[in-house]
Write a protein of this length. Structure first.
Length: 78
């Protein structure tokens, strides 16, 4: 699902870090070495196919110096 984040991420928490991340070798190959963490949070998103604006739980990976990568919607809320 293609989407655009239109508000700030809220209720941000770390789900996994370091070797706990299943796709750590892929992240390192694609984006480089870093202290990778899998994160989750809530934000308002615009779903590009329909234009609907919804609240969603979003998961992503981030590392210091590299930034936030590979966003995905896990759940649509409300």
């Amino acid at each position: 699902m293609r989407f655009e984040i239109i508000s700030e991420l809220r209720s941000v928490e770390t789900i996994a870090s370091g070797r706990e991340i299943r796709i750590l070798p892929l992240l390192r190959k694609r984006w480089g070495a870093g202290r990778w963490r899998k994160m989750k949070g809530v934000a308002r998103v615009r779903i590009l196919r329909t234009g609907n604006i919804r609240e969603a739980e979003i998961h992503w990976y981030e590392a210091h110096g590299i930034g936030k990568r590979d966003f995905k919607i896990k759940k649509l809320l409300k």
